[in-house]
Design a protein around this ligand. Sequence first.
Ligand SMILES: [Fe+2]
Length: 337
Amino acid sequence: MAYTLEQFSADCHRVLTAEPGPEGRKEVCALVQKACADPEFVRQYLPENGPERKILYEDPELGFCILGHVYHGAKESQPHDHGPTWAIYGQAVGETIMTDYERVAPASSEQPGQARPLRDYKLTPGDAYVYNEGDLHSPRRDGPTQLIRIEGRVPKPKPLSLLVPATNTLDESERALGDSVSLLLGDNLRVLVAPSKHYAFSFRGRRFLVLDVHDGKMAVSCRLGDEKNRPIASIVRNHFKPAPGRYQYHAHSDGHTFLVRGANDEEVLSIRYASPAKIRITGRFHLPWLSEPIAITSAEGIRWPGGGLAADMTVSLAQQGQGTVDFEPSGLIQILR
Ligand SMILES: [Fe+2]
């Protein structure tokens, strides 16, 4: 009996619900091969006079799409990946020459990426291949072709839960500080400020990190940059959004610490709500007009282009009252209102 679209889509849904990652996609790839090799399926959903692109099915829950493509002549695409998501190409009629690439330099907002061809291979009827996140490829079709393609979808990011203090008991050194909150930049640069509902940091008056506290719970807002100050992600009240092409960065939380890591597990941001009187911060913060990010590290305190403040210092700003902790290129720290 012929494979129907209803069966095909239900099979894909079942597989991807159980295993949304690359292993599940391999199973879906086998289903695409089955559909492509089914003459009745191809006749019905990929008619020769069909449109170049038609959405045959869109999964209401998982968001993936099954598309039918009927190309009436030659068709070629530039090397590309599918951004934050994945795709499966299945050949039903005709031939596709596919080229896989190795990424040489990532794309940025200023210039396109660079890629080196790795291999060419042919998709003939009944063949299907998976292209996972970041897999660069370019299809070329020299004559009429009919194909099935599945496009994944990125699940909508959920904001991470608000941070609560790791402990509500203040240690002796914290009690000794009286009515002030210790903002620890790295491990040894301590900035004492008046207790507030908003702990904000700025450089030359431009804010790069805001911590909002409401009912004992903290929300993080900032923009992150890489070593060259290219944007990585923005965080708005614990809602993490990677910049285009930066989908390898991920945010995590254990309820007390907001962590952002890159593809090699390197840490880009760590905000720990240690106690109601202590918040520890490390990270690389992006301000668009700077040549380097503002870097707060455990070893070096805070650094900005051309300067910084070394670790092993305590700066008390608690007497200046509530406001934004502002750093000037000269090294001056003050509270701005
Ligand atoms: Fe593609």
